[in-house]
Design a protein around this ligand. Structure first.
Ligand code: GLY
Ligand code: MN
Ligand code: MN
Length: 403
């Protein structure tokens, strides 16, 4: 029994050579085919992360998002070369000693590995430099992101163009990240009360979305009470919260690589003061105006014509000239990265997922309010993906009253 179980384990294909759950290899083949269409008869080279990069011992290994997007490959030390003749995945040499630590990793000479990985060919990593040099001679441009390849064209932009439009499988992942993160916000509201510390809320939120299947935080949790609510990227999270203060929570998880990004602002004691509610309603109004105008052809940038930012800014200006207290952008694309790459030349289009997150920050009143939702651009307008999490002040107060 023991012997056959052992041989079964070693004969099994490497665990991570399978595509990420919820995706078939067709999805990654289609993405590479779409990229090759943009490249014409040129070639592209892209490397994944190696184990030596990043803070592995702190965060564990996770794949570089562009590489993951194109290949679905989740093991370290790989690369891909795209040519009009086909796609080759390059794998690092086998290191049997590391299998004991990480499980069996794939190697280029595993039988059937190319088919398992969904590639035309799999080759050893040591061949990559030579193959790139040979292919570069035969084709007009070499697209790459890393300057070490001395690329003649930038690969980041064509990949960004693809990543902007989410597939059905990607939307499902985003929805899972959102559901777990919405639950985290509701858990935070149920817990919040005067005398607790910001980290009590942060830890409840992280535990909730981890429990909901998220592998990581999409970004460091921002839990800012009172004076900290006006600090845009505050993440110390160690202050004691008191009655009468506001609490801004910009916190969300990442599900199978896909990020959520959600902010809600609530009263620590469960009831907004009249001034807090006044500012809150203005932020909500600006957000509603931007969401109402969100559709293909619009843009996010401050200087753009047809700018959603400008709609929110103008709303603040029209209500008490408050535009100067809106001190950041209106939103950003989101996907494998919380700030997903985008092509600045392209307007919003159906299938894009963005955040819409206006805020007002009044340091002298120790009052910062941001409301951040995620929105899918559709053919005719947009759909708020985070709408299950209330943002109307009465709904927040009602939810906090039930504690
Ligand atoms: N949580 C980072 C952002 O809202 O962009
Ligand atoms: Mn955001
Ligand atoms: Mn955010």
């Amino acid at each position: 029994m023991l012997v056959s179980r052992r041989s079964f384990l070693f004969a099994a294909m490497p665990l991570l050579a399978a595509p990420p759950t919820g995706f078939g290899f067709d999805e990654f083949r289609a993405r590479r085919a779409a990229l090759r269409k943009q490249l014409g008869t040129s070639i592209a080279v892209l490397e994944g992360r190696t184990e030596a990069e990043g803070e592995l011992s702190r965060d564990g290994f996770f794949q570089e998002p562009n590489f993951l997007y194109l290949t679905g490959w989740r093991e370290a030390g790989a690369a891909v070369l795209l040519t009009p003749e086909g796609d080759t995945l390059y794998l690092p040499p086998r290191r049997p000693d590391t299998d004991r630590w990480h499980g069996r990793l794939a190697a280029h000479d595993d039988p059937g590995v190319a088919a398992q990985a969904g590639f035309d060919r799999v080759a050893p990593m040591e061949q990559l430099g030579r193959d790139v040099a040979t292919a570069a001679h035969r084709h007009p441009e070499l697209y790459a992101i890393d300057a070490k390849w001395k690329p003649s064209a930038d690969l980041a932009r064509p990949i960004a163009r693809l990543r902007m439009v989410k597939s059905a499988a990607e939307l499902k992942k985003l929805e899972q990240a959102i559901a777990a993160s919405e639950a985290a916000h509701l858990a935070a509201w149920a817990k919040t009360k005067p005398g607790l510390y910001e980290y009590n809320i942060a830890s409840t939120m992280v535990a909730t979305y981890r429990d909901g299947g998220c592998q990581r935080s999409a970004y460091p949790p921002i839990v800012g009470s009172g004076p900290n609510s006006v600090l845009l990227h505050y993440n110390v999270n160690e202050r004691r919260m008191d009655a009468g203060e506001i609490l801004l929570m910009d916190v969300a998880g990442e599900y199978d690589g896909y990020a959520a990004d959600i902010t809600r602002t609530v009263p620590v004691n469960g009831k907004f003061t009249p001034r807090q509610r006044e500012i809150y309603e203005l932020v909500l109004g600006a957000q509603a105006a931007a969401i109402a105008a969100c559709k293909p052809g619009m843009r996010l940038g401050k200087k753009d014509a047809s700018s959603l930012y400008k709609i929110a800014f103008d709303y603040f200006e029209a209500h008490g000239k408050l535009g100067k207290y809106f001190t950041h952008g209106l939103g950003h694309h989101i996907g494998l990265d919380v700030h997903d790459p985008f092509d600045p030349d392209l307007p919003l289009a159906a299938g894009h997922v963005i955040t819409i997150e206006p805020g007002l920050y009044l340091p002298e009143e120790k009052l910062g309010v941001r409301i951040e939702d995620m929105v899918l651009v559709t053919e005719t307008g947009c759909r708020v993906l985070t709408s299950k999490l209330p943002s109307a002040p009465a709904a927040i107060e009602a939810a906090m009253k039930r504690r």
